[in-house]
Ligand binder design. Sequence first.
Ligand code: NAP
Length: 244
Amino acid sequence: MPSLHDDAAPASAFRLPEAVGILGAGRAGTALARAIARIPRLHPGTAAPRVVMAATRPPAAVRRHLLIHAPEAEAVPVDELAAGTELTVVAVPREDLDDVDPALLAGPRTLAVVDMTNTWGDEPVPDWLAGPGDTAAGPGTVLIARRWAAAGLSVPVVRAFSEISHHELGTAGRTEEPRRALGVGADDPGPGRDAVAALMAALGFEPVEYAPLARAAALEPGGPVFGRETAAADLARALALRFR
Ligand SMILES: NC(=O)c1ccc[n+]([C@@H]2O[C@H](COP(=O)([O-])OP(=O)(O)OC[C@H]3O[C@@H](n4cnc5c(N)ncnc54)[C@H](OP(=O)(O)O)[C@@H]3O)[C@@H](O)[C@H]2O)c1
């Protein structure tokens, strides 16, 4: 697995998370849930992690929605999303991030919070996130990680699954080479980033691990690899070139 950090252990050394929480049950969140549900078909004998999901609607309404869009996933109240999960994926529009309570994103077993969000078009984002995606302050994910850490989030933020459309995320993973490469970024290597990379590999994508999060500028909308099927070496090169 290509990595931009020599000290990163291979993600294959880490077991899959047993449970993943997804905040947001729209196009992106349900596509990730469907991709996770494909794991046993891609890897016969491997169980898929349990997936729990929450949205703004109450769990009964989310449950009805999931019956159609991600039937293997379970609806839970927002305040129970991270109670037993190793990863929490945030898949809500950035314009709604002020309504997300970072204290609810990590529970006792949580290794990382995954930022899957993008600023899309002229979406009105919170003031603290406004401005072009790769200003001197860094791409939006850097600002999100900083804000959540200041609010008391004690696990790392990992940038992943943001540069692929929901159409492809739910279906494009494969076990045969060449597999599509996707980035897995964090400010430091560690068990959180490794768990995300292990999940991504199980979904049938080639994880390219990078640090720090500021390198994510290459993956933002308008960046050179956003929405493109990219080989691992090309993605690693793009991530390295865009760092400053
Ligand atoms: N669509 C894609 O192809 C794609 C790919 C990669 C990344 N992304 C990024 O993923 C994010 C979500 O995009 P999307 O296309 O999935 O949007 P979407 O279809 O509009 O779904 C948004 C979901 O977020 C939920 N939500 C909003 N505010 C919330 C809050 N405060 N707490 C809990 N849930 C909340 C909504 O709840 P309700 O269901 O109750 O309304 C809805 O389920 C965006 O940042 C987007 O840029 C999207």
